[in-house]
Design a protein around this ligand. Structure first.
Ligand SMILES: Cc1cc2nc3c(=O)[nH]c(=O)nc-3n(C[C@H](O)[C@H](O)[C@H](O)COP(=O)(O)OP(=O)(O)OC[C@H]3O[C@@H](n4cnc5c(N)ncnc54)[C@H](O)[C@@H]3O)c2cc1C
Length: 286
């Protein structure tokens, strides 16, 4: 196995594009190294992106935030401006594993590992995050929900790397939130998760919303019917009940030792409802 640690994204994409056998990007390595050590993968090439300066920073821009692909999740929690603008996204990044894991792992690695239970993904999708993809044929920008196509599968082509995640500048009177259910307090895989982002109009009426579920389908689920249930309301009990019902209807969970279909379906509604209430309060709703 060849290990390379280029200093530019151009070099990284060039190496990946030319690889004859299987080639992987290495960010924090908290998924990749586990797969390597357990013999699940035997790459010909591993390209470490942690030394590429354009991927190491979080920047506040005129249109929002740019989070470099190699920025560890711990650094997101230490960025006061990001935390204030997108508390739900930061919360989701900061429940991954432990302090040690967060010192290495990235939200891009979390996304590209393509687990249906990846914690940061529902929050990013709810926030309307975009992925800046660089490859041998140039750059393109895609919605985060279009990166993962199924468990362990992404839409990235040979040689392509996600250079950064961009988050928009939150609209006035907006709030986001993320919640997950795990059987213990930390270091576990989400049985169900939910991310909600909403914007209020006048008198606390919900003007825009995005409701996203994790771990209840092969990819995260954006649930437009759940958003529709709360738009135009002040998030009263009837609207919340409708949101929960829409989430339950959208679920396509598996049955496994960590949760039955019935349990996951019910919890999806409960978590989405609770996350909507937190997002509403953060947006300034009473
Ligand atoms: C003890 C432990 C606890 C964990 N707990 C959680 C948890 O609570 N919640 C959770 O969601 N996950 C958890 N994980 C999984 C893992 O930590 C996360 O998915 C993490 O965010 C992966 O990020 P990384 O930077 O370490 O990715 P890596 O392991 O470096 O990469 C993961 C995959 O993404 C690809 N990749 C990485 N960066 C890019 C890029 N820029 N462009 C294209 N492809 C890329 C890699 O090639 C690889 O296939 C845990 C893992 C461990 C070992």
């Amino acid at each position: 196995m060849r290990y390379e640690a280029p200093r530019t994204i151009k070099e990284a994409t060039g190496l990946l594009a030319k690889a004859k056998g299987s080639a992987f990007v290495l960010a924090g390595g908290s998924d990749l190294l586990v797969r390597l050590k357990s013999g699940m993968i035997e790459p010909e090439l591993v390209v470490d992106i942690k030394r590429i300066p354009s991927m190491q920073t979080v920047t506040k821009t005129a249109s929002g935030f740019r989070i470099g692909g190699a920025v560890p999740c711990a650094a997101l929690g230490e960025n006061a401006a990001l935390k204030k603008a997108w508390p739900g996204v930061v919360e989701a990044a900061n429940v991954i594993g432990s302090d040690q894991i967060q010192g290495r792992c990235t939200i891009v690695g979390n996304l590209c590992n393509a687990s249906p239970a990846a914690d940061s993904v529902p929050a990013m999708v709810a926030a309307g995050a975009k992925a800046s993809v660089v490859g041998p044929k140039g750059k393109r920008t895609i919605a985060v929900e279009d990166v993962v196509t199924g468990p362990g599968k992404t839409s990235l082509k040979k040689g392509e790397v996600i250079e950064a995640i961009t988050l928009p500048k939150p609209a006035p009177k907006s709030g986001d939130a993320f919640l997950r259910f795990i059987p213990r307090t930390e270091m576990d895989i989400a049985v169900v998760s939910a991310g909600v982002c909403l914007t209020l109009g006048s008198k606390g009426v919900v003007k825009k919303a995005r409701v996203v579920l994790g771990a209840v389908g092969p990819t995260v689920l954006l649930v437009p019917a759940a958003a529709k249930a709360i738009i135009g309301t002040t998030l009263d009990d009837a609207a919340l009940a409708e949101l929960a019902a829409a989430c339950e209807a959208a679920c396509k969970p598996i049955d496994d030792k960590r949760g039955t279909i019935e349990f996951r379906t019910e919890v999806a509604g409960v978590l989405a409802r609770r996350a909507a209430v937190i997002a509403y309060q953060r947006a300034g709703g009473q």
